[in-house]
Design a protein. Structure first.
Length: 278
């Protein structure tokens, strides 16, 4: 999957001479739908399947077994580790302007700053995984079966291969990478928000009441539904849409991005472990 577009939608030597307001907020007159809203509207059923899995309902109710949580966390840790190289590959695709630019109004600088934040966030997330696993006695190398060695499961391997492709295939554009980044984080936020809808409104439950000891409802779900994470996802969508508008992505390369979105939704739906649908 690739799009024939310049990195960050601009040539390297100079930034736009428009005002900061005009540079970042194109006219709303006759404005086409943003790329991210277009993608969300394009596949409602696959998005539902990717973000409202029975695993998430059990997670929100506190009825997910410790073993099932360990299996999923172990795979999510592998995903997070591969995410580091993916973010590095996207940073390498941003051609920063030669001129001295205001970093708050330069789209290319905004993208670099956002990706730098993404890298900081995932490193913090990996520490959070380790700390929470130690606190609740969770394994982060749990295999799918009692006899088999720990390895990446098929959906995890698909994520790893996709992320690595951005390091090895120069034809994959920055905008494609931002769509992948937004898609993964949007699904993650939506999924855990769905899980949180099953939690008691009075607050975090007692740890002993949950099959996993309380790790999900006391630690993980609040972290993955925080306002900070929600704002991060919004920021990814904003720079993705701005770059897509500069590249006229919906009109010129619509099929590329709908294919990226469809692929991510398929992987995400398969990433959740099977559970009893009681």
């Amino acid at each position: 999957m690739s799009a024939s577009s310049q990195n960050a939608g601009e040539s390297a030597p100079s930034e736009s001479t428009r005002s900061p307001q005009a540079a970042l907020q194109p006219s709303r007159l006759n404005r086409a739908p943003s790329l991210t809203s277009f993608l969300l509207d394009s596949a409602p059923q696959p998005f539902y399947m990717a973000t409202q899995h029975p695993f998430l309902r059990h997670a929100g109710l506190g009825t997910l077994s410790k073993e099932t949580l360990e299996r999923w966390l172990s795979q999510d840790r592998l995903y997070a580790q591969s995410y580091i190289g993916f973010i590095g590959a996207l940073i390498a695709r941003v051609e920063l302007p030669y001129s001295v630019a205001d970093q708050s109004t330069s789209l290319r600088w905004r993208i670099v700053n956002l990706l730098s934040s993404a890298l900081e966030n995932i490193l913090r997330e990996l520490r959070f995984f380790n700390d929470t696993a130690e606190k609740y006695g969770l394994r982060l190398d749990a295999s799918a079966g009692p006899e088999g060695p720990f390895t990446a499961e098929p959906a995890t391997k698909q994520y790893i291969d996709l992320f690595r492709a951005f390091s090895t295939d120069p034809s994959m554009s920055l905008l494609e990478g931002l769509v992948v980044l937004w898609a993964t984080e949007k699904c993650y936020l939506k999924a855990w928000t769905f899980a949180s809808s099953f939690m008691e409104p009075s607050g975090a439950p007692a740890a002993h009441a949950d099959k996993d000891g309380g790790a999900l409802r006391n630690e993980f779900i609040p972290n993955w539904t925080s306002r900070e994470f929600e704002k991060f996802v919004e920021d990814i969508a904003e720079v993705t849409d701005l770059l897509a508008e500069r590249e006229d992505a919906i009109n010129r390369s619509q099929d590329v991005y709908t294919a990226v979105w469809a692929r991510l939704l398929d992987i995400e739906a398969k990433f959740w472990p099977s559970v009893e649908e009681s």
